[in-house]
Design a protein around this ligand. Structure first.
Ligand code: NAD
Ligand code: TYD
Length: 335
């Protein structure tokens, strides 16, 4: 039995990862460490109780976190826990430093003290900065973050790598492009558009709507993470991408057409401050070394995501009736 300590397991990608691992592998035990922020939803793992244990613990609280390490024999740490939304980082950067950098440092220190066999830092293409019309991010691209969110993630990556170089710790880093799919909190573009369209609500489109993201279905990301855990070399970074670049306006138009909703729902609003223009991932390394290829093309991925949100209305209606209302008002009312 292999024991994984997974942080942020009640969030979007962490919960998809835990469900996948527990469904696919019989010989794993998962310890989920999550302090249940606004982005967490314990329902994301309802029905999962075998080979699974949960700690309501803040990774930035080292004393509390050390209890988890003392009480369990952990083989591998996978660090998903983070503040993850760029707009929130622009409004209030402090918590991003606390969770994403101090929390990662605590995990690294405790992992070293307990001789953990593997530490995977889940990172993002946003650490590389913003691209012009051509080129892609490779693992050799200089880190050049431009939002408080991406700066905090870059800081965490550098700390993780410093533990490899300085202490010879078994550190891996994966950097992925924009995820979408089931269980994504509706502050992010895709679920926000699907839900607003279903509710016949305006869809806020930042700036000229032509910013480009490289979209990947979360299940492809999860499979990439499993490959990195299985085959990755310590001290290396692995890019994971979806090979699906699209302008925001095209994503929104596609979703509106699928749901038979009018394009008049689109409302151009004030641009995000420092809005990164384009992300695109070169993932030759993980493809060549491990055979990674995304299985979803963007149409198939969006279609299945729309169906998931239609079928799971009670999941997102509960979110919409809570604190999300205040967030939405603050972020969009006078934009
Ligand atoms: P999310 O916001 O949906 O979930 C984050 C989870 O972490 C939540 O369950 C939250 O409660 C937990 N968490 C936050 N602060 C914590 C703390 N101090 N202690 C313990 N738990 C805490 O995020 P996500 O979209 O699932 O992203 C997961 C990871 O993947 C993040 O590290 C993010 O940077 C990275 N990533 C995300 C994307 C994307 O498109 N969503 C792309 C690439 C990389
Ligand atoms: P987002 O889902 O926040 O991901 P990220 O900023 O990490 O890439 O946003 C994706 C793109 O969609 C980004 O270019 C900003 C844009 N966007 C909007 O136009 N309107 C919105 O309401 C949101 C949330 C995002």
């Amino acid at each position: 039995m292999k024991t994984y300590l997974v942080t942020g397991g009640f969030g979007f990608i962490g919960s998809n990862f835990i469900r996948y691992i527990l469904d696919e592998q019989k010989d794993v035990f998962i310890i989920n460490v999550d302090n249940i922020t606004y982005a967490a939803n314990p329902e994301n793992l309802s029905g999962y109780s075998t080979n699974y244990k949960f700690y309501k613990t803040d990774i930035s609280d080292k004393t509390a976190l050390s209890k988890v390490f003392n009480e369990n024999k952990i083989d591998c740490v996978v660090n998903f826990a983070a503040e993850s939304h760029v707009d929130r980082s622009i409004a209030d950067p402090g918590i991003f430093i606390k969770t994403n950098i101090e929390g990662t440092l605590n995990l690294l220190e405790l992992s070293m003290a307990h001789n953990i066999g593997k530490f995977l830092q889940i990172s993002t293409d946003e650490v590389y900065g913003s691209l012009g019309e051509t080129g892609k991010f490779s693992e050799e691209t200089c880190v050049s973050p431009r939002s408080p969110y991406s700066a905090s993630k870059a800081g965490a990556d550098m700390l993780a790598m410093s533990f490899f170089h300085t202490y010879n710790m078994p550190v891996l880093i994966s950097r992925c492009s924009n995820n979408y799919g089931p269980y994504q909190f509706p502050e992010k573009l895709m679920p926000l558009v699907i839900i607003n369209a279903i509710n016949d609500k305006d869809i806020p489109l930042y700036g000229d709507g032509k910013n480009i993201r490289d979209w990947i279905h979360v299940s492809d990301h999860v499979k990439g993470i499993c490959l990195v855990l299985d085959k990755g070399k310590f001290g290396e970074v692995y890019n994971i991408g979806g090979d699906s670049e699209a302008e925001n306006i095209d994503i929104i138009t596609y979703i509106l057409n699928k749901l038979n909703k009018p394009h008049s729902l689109i409302k151009y609003v004030k641009d995000r401050q420092g809005h990164d223009r384009r992300y695109a991932m070169d993932f030759h390394k993980i493809n060549g070394e491990m055979g990674f290829l995304p299985e979803y093309n963007i149409e198939k991925g969006i279609d299945s995501t729309i169906n998931w949100y239609i079928k799971n209305e009670s999941w997102w209606r509960k979110i919409l009736s809570g604190n999300y209302k205040d967030y939405y008002k603050k972020m969009y009312e006078n934009r």
